[in-house]
Design a protein around this ligand. Structure first.
Ligand code: ADP
Ligand code: ASP
Ligand code: MG
Length: 409
């Protein structure tokens, strides 16, 4: 009897009809002779709605209470799905993250899974139940509920698959798999049949919402193969596997495998700060102390012993970054400080970059030809990212997708 983990995202459990469809897919899987663990996200936009509710009360919520609030969304889905399955004649039981034995660290809102003790899950499976586990949550060392970062139900599913040695980890969502870019933005996007962990990790980290980045780190560490597929069609989706499994030759055939984008960026610039050792350490050290992740950084060449430092953070960290940077600007006697919310990051990702020279220059050329100004650049072994004006983003994605020959044939 194989053990299967099936994860359904928020849009797959957004209403009772969708819930019924999910229930029948899950029951089908069990009837085929599998033991089935189901992970679900909060219905539809519930998590966003809960955040909006908290914002009406305070701009600075207590992190413990915020996690207490956000974790309720998944509890709605698990109980309703258990009832739906039961009403279709199968045994099912709903468990919260803590009840399922999912342990997390103390970092509220972006906690890591530290340990999984799936004793209760195994015992309910052995009694013939479909076990439904709330995604995105665990219990921390203080005994409090902690959430695992946005998109964290993916992490719950992969971590459970690893801890329980599941045969298959299936991520069911509202698209047919992982595409060469977001299929909602680019109609020419193509579904990818096989993708490596490394590429998926870079895609997730640079804005492809379809999988949470941390879940891919865990999958890579434990060698868990993931099948991303649609809840609404029976089609095969995308398999996320190791590079070895795909084969080097096949991977290197393409210069670029995907184009990603992230509208969730804000750019800060500190103008005319002293060009002496220790300034960058002070600025970025202060932000790190606050737990703020800085993404891109650029420092201009020094003129008259003064430098300009620009960097990006995610929009969620805007307010906290702003107050810290205002303080630092005064202390460092910067001549000015700016904050630009209308920027976006566009990236090209592909293992093929390791063997094809000139990917970055081709990207710059495509953007230049389309009169798109590049504000910042960063590169990794298999990714090149540029910050551009938000107004140019759609065109940038479109032209890069075409220029790197990713459009449908
Ligand atoms: P779920 O609720 O199932 O977790 P998400 O909204 O988190 O679903 O992720 C699915 C969405 O990710 C899709 O609807 C799609 O718009 C978006 N997306 C972004 N980039 C990609 C990509 N490269 N391939 C597929 N989907 C993508
Ligand atoms: N409900 C959470 C979110 O919206 C977790 C998830 O969907 O994976 O981020
Ligand atoms: Mg998701």
């Amino acid at each position: 009897m194989a053990l299967v983990v099936m994860k359904f995202g928020g849009s797959s459990v957004a209403d009772s009809d969708k819930m019924k469809l999910v229930a029948s897919r899950v029951i089908d899987k069990k009837k085929k002779g599998n033991k089935v663990v189901v992970v679900v996200s909060a219905p539809g936009d519930t998590t966003d709605d809960l955040i909006t509710m908290s914002e009406k009360i305070t701009s600075n919520p207590n992190p413990r209470e915020m996690d207490m609030l956000l974790a309720t969304g998944e509890q709605v889905s698990i109980s309703l799905l258990a009832m739906t399955i039961q009403s279709q004649g199968e045994n099912a039981i709903a468990l919260t993250g803590p009840q399922a034995g999912i342990y997390a660290d103390l970092d509220h809102s972006k906690a890591r899974v530290t340990k999984i003790v799936p004793k209760r899950i195994f015992s309910f499976l052995d009694k013939g139940n479909i076990v439904i586990v709330a995604g995105f949550q665990g219990i921390n060392p203080k005994g409090d509920i902690a959430t695992l970062g946005r998109g964290g139900s993916d992490l719950t599913a992969v971590a459970l698959a690893a801890a329980m040695k599941a045969e298959v980890c299936e991520i069911y969502t509202d698209v047919d798999g992982v595409y060469t870019t977001d299929p909602r933005v680019e109609k020419e996007a193509r579904k990818i049949d096989l993708i490596s962990y490394e590429e998926m990790l870079e895609m997730a980290g640079s804005g492809a919402q379809v999988m949470q980045a941390r879940s891919i780190e865990v999958a890579m560490k434990y060698g868990i193969e993931i099948h991303v597929r649609s809840t609404f069609s029976g089609k095969d989706g995308t398999y996320i596997v190791s590079e070895e499994k795909i084969g080097r030759k096949k991977m290197e055939a393409l210069m670029v495998s995907a184009v990603t984008f992230d509208k969730n960026q804000v750019k800060f610039s500190l103008i005319d700060v002293p060009d002496v050792p220790g300034i960058a350490a002070k600025v970025f050290g202060s932000l790190a102390k606050l737990g703020i992740n800085v993404d891109m950084i650029i420092q201009s060449a020094a003129l008259d012993k003064k430098n300009d430092i620009s960097f990006t953070v995610s929009k969620a960290d805007l307010k906290r970054t702003q107050s810290k940077i205002e303080e630092l600007a005064k202390e460092l006697k910067a001549s000015s400080l700016s904050c630009d919310e209308h920027v976006a990051k566009v990236s090209v990702v592909g293992v093929g970059m390791k063997s094809h020279a000139g990917v970055a220059s081709k990207m710059f050329e495509i953007l230049a030809k389309n009169k798109i100004n590049i504000e910042m650049i960063s590169t990794s072994e298999i990714k090149v990212s540029c910050v551009v004006d938000e107004a140019d983003l759609a065109k940038a994605v479109n032209e890069l997708h075409k220029g790197f020959k990713l459009n449908k044939k």
